[in-house]
Design a binder for this molecule. Structure first.
Ligand SMILES: [Ca+2]
Ligand SMILES: [Ca+2]
Ligand SMILES: [Ca+2]
Length: 164
């Protein structure tokens, strides 16, 4: 009887945990080790923004996210920050689903706490990547928090109107 009660409580606690993971208040939370060799999957790009929040904890931390797309989409990534980190958006040029040196990239390297933004037009691969890292300058101090938004846009950068 007592054992059953404990099991039921554990089940209730883990069910709550699943709920919290499934519906976080601020979108997707980054999960280390999300580097070049182990990108974190964040789903499919659409007109509904994918929102990711995380932290760059120093010059050895890079955060890499992999998204799915429909080849030909225009993808807009926006990064709001509270310190100087930078943004790369990469097309999976050799179509292996992995982030490699030859993959084509567009970067945004503003100074300080300025928002970074990249619009990558006509991405032709099935997967794309976002890489966030230390700016490499002298300015990084401590931990920098960020919020990343990825959205499908029209070629001029405006939101895509979704047919309902
Ligand atoms: Ca991180
Ligand atoms: Ca990382
Ligand atoms: Ca920057």
């Amino acid at each position: 009887m007592k054992r059953q009660y404990v099991a039921a409580s554990l089940a209730a606690i883990s069910a709550l945990g699943v709920l919290f993971v499934a519906a976080p208040a601020h979108g997707i939370q980054e999960r280390e080790q999300n580097g070049t060799r182990n990108p974190q999957n964040i789903g499919r790009v659409s007109s509904v923004p994918i929102r990711v929040s995380g932290q760059i904890t120093g010059n050895r931390d890079e955060d890499v996210f992999r998204f799915e797309l429909s080849p030909g989409q225009n993808v807009k990534a926006t990064l709001t920050v509270n310190g100087d980190i930078d943004l790369e958006v990469l097309e999976d040029s050799n179509l292996d689903g992995k982030l490699a040196g030859g993959d084509t990239k567009k970067i945004s390297i503003n100074e300080g706490k300025q928002t970074e933004e990249v619009i990558y037009r006509n991405m032709r691969s099935r997967y794309g990547f976002v890489r966030i890292m230390d700016s490499g300058g002298a300015g990084l101090s401590g931990i920098v928090a960020y919020n990343l938004t990825i959205t499908a846009v029209s070629a001029n950068g405006r939101p895509v109107i979704q047919n309902r």
